[in-house]
Ligand binder design. Sequence first.
Ligand SMILES: CC(C)(COP(=O)(O)OP(=O)(O)OC[C@H]1O[C@@H](n2cnc3c(N)ncnc32)[C@H](O)[C@@H]1OP(=O)(O)O)[C@@H](O)C(=O)NCCC(=O)NCCS
Length: 319
Amino acid sequence: MSTEIRIEPYRGRWLDQVLTILTSSLTADPMSRSAFIRKALLDPNVHPNGLPVALRNGTPVGVALAVPPGGAQPSGDRVPGYITMLGVAPDARFQGAGSALLAACEAYLRDCGCSHCQISPYPGGYLTPGVDIRAYAGGMEFLKRRGYGRAGQAISMECDLTGLTEPHWLGDRVQALEAAGIVLEPYRPEWIPPLLEFLGATFSADWQRYARQTAERIELGDSPERLIVARLGDEVVGMSHFDGERFGPIGVSLDHRGRGLGHALMYRTLLAMRSSGYHTAWFLWSGDSTAQRLYDGAGFRVRRRFAIMHKELNLDRAG
Ligand SMILES: CC(C)(COP(=O)(O)OP(=O)(O)OC[C@H]1O[C@@H](n2cnc3c(N)ncnc32)[C@H](O)[C@@H]1OP(=O)(O)O)[C@@H](O)C(=O)NCCC(=O)NCCS
């Protein structure tokens, strides 16, 4: 029987087969059933046409996820689209399924008005910040051959919390911050308006989304230590966050950087993580220079390196 590869939009009955494909192909990023349901199926920006499935003789053997940015885009601006997953079962590779999935994703993003495609810093709920250079060396080669170039890099770091000790100078820094009126404290609902204002003014919209989701989870019973706020009078000037073993995001207002506030927030959160029973802390995104300044001292070590891949989608030519 000759091999026929066909692409179809995702259908609900393929859930288990798609999960099996993801487990066998994206081996460095195990995805639970619940994570796939939340991050792919329930994301309001995801449409079945952006979740193409490759069928070999009628059976799913590959899957990809393409997402437009969502929200109103100012006209005339360049609009990014994202591919956040792409995997083909090992026994179905080199038969054109990967290429067909990639082409389907690009066509869908073009239809959504995207001018270029990135793999994969999707702010609406990214899985990884890019392509893991070591784990997916074949995938990198595949993407390069299909016109993708490196637009940047990111790292993931990990820290053993069981050996965590505060640096001797931290107490003095915290005292100096307190003398200047800056106090660190766990989430309280009183801080919701200034926290959202601070995050909106200093960072991107997805930071507000993180804070909202976490506040909701705290109101439903999670520990308030999951979200540490640095306040100065009625203002919020810094925030640090964790979710299970995942550390971050952490951010300090532009006016208050360089005074040890980032370190104070980081240690406060790492110690809260350890008190919650976690042995390890990790995060998935940082430029190397930030990492050196903040994380090396706490014992974070680079675990993975990612390339952020980019391709222009040539809207004019396609249109
Ligand atoms: C990358 C992947 C999706 C390709 O799927 P596929 O069905 O084998 O793709 P195709 O058959 O359409 O094309 C294979 C192409 O990739 C290249 N390729 C794949 N693996 C490669 C490797 N290990 N070394 C060099 N080239 C490789 C082939 O040379 C071929 O290119 P060519 O047609 O220009 O010669 C698949 O290998 C996979 O699932 N890998 C693991 C997950 C991954 O890396 N995802 C991408 C990053 S998120």
